[in-house]
Design a protein around this ligand. Structure first.
Ligand code: MBD
Ligand code: FE
Length: 282
């Protein structure tokens, strides 16, 4: 990955695009299904054009913007912010999962983060450690509440400046990323930077898009999680914080009421919260 020295949409965008391209994608979609989806999609576009009597100037600005998003490497960012929440909801409903609700993955997950013990502190720099800290503990269980020994809790989050390691320059590779291995009862306790609201990269075409309709690029404070255990459906989700800014106005539309935490501040200054993950069997 090559990154400009200054964190920018271009830098994080190209890093996210390179990461995405390194994963192989395929789908066994039939020609009939592809025809149905693409016809509906293009008819939908046609309906919008007719409804709003879209002008040639607007059409040309749109074409230029498509070019810019591609050249800026921002397709993973744009798609995950504006489209993924629909995909996530439809697929959760289709599987009729009964466990913990999922949420979107977003563009900044990296697999194979170093393993950490069940009681641990996330990899952090001095500057991250001097900000308010959260002790996030819980148990990974099956649908009957039985603890899942050695379950993996992969967690990744942005730093106080709003940057993710490996997608911005000058941050240690695995900063605020880890694979926490739960104990024999599925329990874990993770000390981490108390997340703060986050602005998606907005100095490129995704930001220009948001500005064009007078929107904002903020996401509420969040933790990203991927919780897994052999024989169970892994869940990709996010946890949010009660009364935090943008909790009702997430640019990525990815907040669900079941995923909002309410941490309590202890006398020692640490905020503590418990949240259990429930996995559906495969
Ligand atoms: C993020 O941190 C994020 O969580 C999403 C969904 C999109 C862009 C940046
Ligand atoms: Fe995020």
């Amino acid at each position: 990955m090559t990154l400009e020295h200054t964190p920018s949409a271009q830098g994080s965008g190209s890093a996210a695009t390179e990461k995405f391209k390194s994963e192989r994608v395929s789908s066994d979609t039939t020609k009939e299904r592809a025809a149905a989806i693409y016809q509906d999609l293009l008819n939908g576009v046609g309906d919008v054009i007719r409804k709003h009597e879209v002008t040639y100037d607007e059409y040309n600005v749109f074409k230029q913007w498509l070019i810019d998003v591609g050249e800026g490497g921002e397709w993973p960012l744009f798609c995950d912010v504006f489209v993924e929440h629909h995909i996530e909801e439809v697929n959760y409903q289709r599987h009729e999962f009964k466990g913990t609700k999922g949420s979107i993955e977003g563009p900044y997950y990296v697999p194979n983060a170093p393993q950490l013990p069940s009681v641990t502190t996330m990899p952090m720099r001095e500057e991250d450690l001097s900000a308010p800290q959260l002790v996030f503990s819980g148990q990974v269980t099956d649908l009957e509440g039985k603890g899942l020994a050695g379950a993996h809790v992969e967690m990744w989050s942005n730093d106080a400046d709003g940057y993710y390691s490996q997608f911005a320059p000058d941050i240690p590779e695995w900063n605020l990323r880890g694979t926490i291995v739960a104990d024999d009862d599925g329990n874990f306790s993770i000390t981490t930077l108390y997340p703060v609201p986050y602005r998606i990269p907005h100095d490129g075409p995704t930001g220009a898009f948001i500005e064009s309709y007078g929107g904002h690029p903020w996401r509420p404070a969040h933790l990203h999680l991927l919780v897994s255990h052999p024989g169970y459906n892994g869940i990709i989700t996010q946890l949010y914080f009660n009364e935090g800014d943008y909790i009702n106005d997430d640019v990525a539309s990815a907040v669900k009421p079941e995923l909002i935490l309410n941490p309590k501040k202890g006398d020692d200054g640490l905020h503590r919260v418990n949240y259990d993950f429930v996995l559906d069997p495969k």
